[in-house]
Design a protein around this ligand. Structure first.
Ligand SMILES: Cc1cc2nc3c(=O)[nH]c(=O)nc-3n(C[C@H](O)[C@H](O)[C@H](O)COP(=O)(O)OP(=O)(O)OC[C@H]3O[C@@H](n4cnc5c(N)ncnc54)[C@H](O)[C@@H]3O)c2cc1C
Ligand SMILES: *[C@@H]1O[C@H](CO)[C@@H](O)[C@H](O)[C@H]1NC(C)=O
Ligand SMILES: *[C@@H]1O[C@H](CO)[C@@H](O)[C@H](O)[C@H]1NC(C)=O
Ligand SMILES: *[C@@H]1O[C@H](CO)[C@@H](O)[C@H](O)[C@H]1NC(C)=O
Ligand SMILES: *[C@@H]1O[C@H](CO)[C@@H](O)[C@H](O)[C@H]1NC(C)=O
Length: 615
């Protein structure tokens, strides 16, 4: 018999909620939102706590085409100002460094006005019901099989075998782009996934876009005569050796075929609307820490047990929120869970919440006077992200391309056999994040966005700046710390390949004036900027938005493991982490679908444990 001792809580003068829930889930993003809905649908009383509000019916969020506006919107924006390295001189070369010029105004660039205060590199997150799935580009891909299998290798838990993970996609998916009955897909889940309904443009050889497409096919060894079929290929297909295939695909998004965003927001609201599940949603509430009690297990002393959370109520309390005011505060209270607390605050906030609760590297906690519940050195470490950048040019005339060229491919020097790039090319601009992104270079702008899969370095960190839960932590990605030269070489290979394909465009789109990374007129035989110059460009200019691994699953003998394979925080009871922090490596090209898949897996694990305990 385990009995929680509630007497000696660290905070005793605060209000205590009259209701005790079975589960408390902190954060309603792709990790926490669906999990809370699933737990309540299984009959367990569940409290979902979200710092932000609900923008589900706001067209800025609901219409997927507005994703860039959504990510800039002050109604939900959380600005994290991050570092890319320990070298301030290197970071100052980043073109979109942001400076505070007072009264809520920014300067973005390399030549700040006198008196401007350096903020750093903007890394947007969404503080809102549904988390970053409410402002993201909604691109859905599966991780590489290795990204799942590595968990089997380190923990011995075969439930993570790649072949067993597709089930979670099928359970959550409501496929909106393939005829019913495709065995690789689900049709009854809560997450609509769609893809471009019409990619027939690729059949028209007159289009400049098709000329470029065919040249990319030629350069990557694909069948040039089949490009029109390849561009409609299912990006979530289930084929052997998928990770080794270089191919075009039809990009998929978590949206329905009418362009309405589909996200945990919809699932949580639908679960509440049915009025028959014990789900309680608390918006505009910042979780400030997890509460623990010492517990006993028979005669033996058991590890501390998570018994609830402390919260501060009010909108915009967190200082990443541009609307937060100095000294802003709200009433503090405690809410209790009889079974478990699940932290799903995302890759920046989850480690912060754990540390504020006394779970993290001892020295860091002691520095801020936080009583240590469990010394776990991996909390906030191993931060990793996919490197991203783009080729950007101005065409002489808008490129005829009524869609996107989407491709996953392998560059020649990639380690191993797996493809290492995701690219999408078209008449758009994407150069990373800053207040006001993405910019506009003119109606003839043409981009190939490049996303490097599988960074060799995972040396980033999320560390406390203070013990105040409203303060934003110090985030440093330490890009390229390990294997940097190899990753940069792969990046240059990808850029050179894609740039070469543009030479096939011909008039009237050509000539192209490249804006970056190699400014100048594109021409055959042109003395391009050197590979070394491009590598230096990418080293200082890559950006990212797929942060993961700051509370990672790992094996018993891994000193930096934070979770076991069932998402349980090591060394304490009743506490799990379910969000992008849990991945030991960045999951493939795009993390949002994998995060929703592990949310489903975690629901299954948690419900199984509850049934076992009740039996
Ligand atoms: C601009 C942008 C574009 C992106 N585009 C894509 C894309 O196209 N495809 C893709 O796969 N991925 C994309 N991503 C990444 C993807 O959206 C994230 O990986 C994913 O949302 C992570 O889910 P999560 O549950 O881990 O965290 P989050 O989505 O960050 O959710 C965490 C939630 O917890 C809440 N929270 C945090 N702390 C507290 C607290 N103390 N108290 C209460 N609530 C709290 C937050 O408000 C938030 O709602 C993008 C990300 C960004 C920022
Ligand atoms: C897992 O271990 C097996 C056997 O050692 C190895 O062949 C495989 O490459 C490993 N996979 C990953 C993803 O680490
Ligand atoms: C392509 O151009 C040729 C020559 O101008 C024209 O005859 C043909 O109809 C065009 N094809 C399409 C699909 O537009
Ligand atoms: C738990 O036990 C430790 C010592 O074992 C003690 O220092 C701490 O105050 C106790 N905490 C609670 C909440 O009872
Ligand atoms: C660019 O296009 C214009 C017509 O829009 C044409 O007059 C001009 O010659 C083109 N420039 C080049 C360098 O081909």
């Amino acid at each position: 018999m385990r009995s929680a001792i509630l007497s000696a809580l660290t905070v005793s003068a605060t209000a205590v909620s009259a209701v005790t829930y079975d589960y408390i889930v902190v954060g309603s993003g792709p990790g926490g939102g669906p999990l809370a809905a699933d737990l309540s649908r299984a009959g367990y009383s569940t409290l979902l706590i979200e710092a932000g509000g609900d923008e589900g019916l706001n067209p800025t969020y609901d219409d997927i085409a507005n994703f860039n506006e959504a990510a800039n919107d002050e109604a939900t924006r959380w600005d994290f100002w991050v570092k890319h390295s320990d070298d301030p001189v290197r970071d100052l070369k980043f073109k979109h460094n942001t400076w505070d010029t007072g009264a809520g105004t920014f300067y973005v660039g390399l030549d700040p006005p006198p008196g401007a205060k350096l903020l750093g590199i903007q890394y947007p997150r969404a503080g809102v019901l549904g988390g970053c799935a409410m402002h993201n580009g909604a691109v859905t891909t599966l991780p590489q099989d290795d990204d799942w299998n590595v968990i089997v290798n380190t923990t011995g838990d075969v439930s993570w075998e790649a072949g067993k993970m597709r089930r979670y996609l099928k359970e959550i998916e409501r496929n909106d782009y393939l005829a019913a009955g495709n065995p690789a897909h689900g049709y009854d889940g809560w997450l609509s996934i769609t893809a471009a309904p019409d990619v027939s443009w690729a059949k028209n050889d007159n289009l400049t876009g098709t000329k470029i497409l065919k040249e990319v096919a030629r350069l990557t060894g694909q069948d040039v005569s089949k490009v029109a079929d390849l561009v409609s290929k299912d990006i979530l297909e289930d084929v052997p050796n998928r990770d080794q295939v270089t191919s075009f695909y039809n990009m998929a998004q978590h949206s329905d075929s009418k362009g309405k965003r589909s996200s945990p927001n919809n699932y949580v609201r639908a679960t509440l609307a049915e009025k028959k599940y014990p789900l309680t949603l608390k918006l505009h509430t910042l979780v400030t820490k997890v509460l623990f009690s010492n517990s006993t297990d028979g005669m033996a002393k058991a590890p501390p047990r998570a018994i609830g959370v402390e919260v501060m109520e009010g909108a915009s309390l967190y200082r990443a929120d541009p609307r937060s005011v100095p000294g802003g505060k709200g009433p503090v209270s405690q809410i209790f869970a009889s079974k478990e607390v699940i932290v799903s605050g995302g890759a920046f906030n989850t480690p912060q919440i754990l540390k504020l609760s006394g779970i993290g590297p001892r020295a860091e906690l002691e520095k801020f006077g936080i009583p240590v519940i469990k010394d776990l050195p991996g909390v906030g470490e191993r931060l990793a992200d996919n490197y991203e950048n783009s080729l950007l040019a101005l065409a002489n005339q808008t490129v005829d391309l009524p869609g996107l060229i989407t491709m996953q491919f392998r560059t020649p020097s990639a380690v191993g056999k797996n493809r290492n790039f995701f690219t999408w090319c078209g008449n758009f601009i994407f150069q990373g994040f800053w207040p006001g992104f993405p910019g506009f270079a003119g109606p003839t702008q043409f981009t190939c966005a490049m996303l490097h899969i599988g960074p060799k370095s995972q040396s980033g960190s999320v560390r406390l700046r203070s013990a105040d839960p409203r303060d934003v932590p110090d985030i440093n990605f330490r890009f390229f710390e390990h294997g940097g030269a190899a990753d940069l070489h792969e990046f240059v290979e990808a850029a050179n390949l894609l740039r070469e394909s543009w030479l096939a465009a011909g008039a009237p789109a050509a000539p192209f004036e490249e804006l970056h990374p190699c400014p100048g007129r594109l021409a055959k035989g042109r003395a391009e900027c050197s590979d070394a110059a491009q590598a230096e460009y990418f080293k200082t200019q890559v950006y990212s938005h797929h942060a993961s691994s700051t509370a990672a699953i790992g094996g018993d003998n891994d000193p930096l493991a934070v979770l076991d394979s069932k998402f349980r925080v090591r060394g304490v009871n009743g506490l799990r982490v379910v969000d992008a922090s849990a991945f030991p490596v960045v999951p493939g090209a795009f993390p949002v679908l994998p995060t929703m898949m592990i949310s489903r897996k975690a629901a299954e694990d948690i419900i199984a444990d509850a049934k076992k305990a009740a039996a």
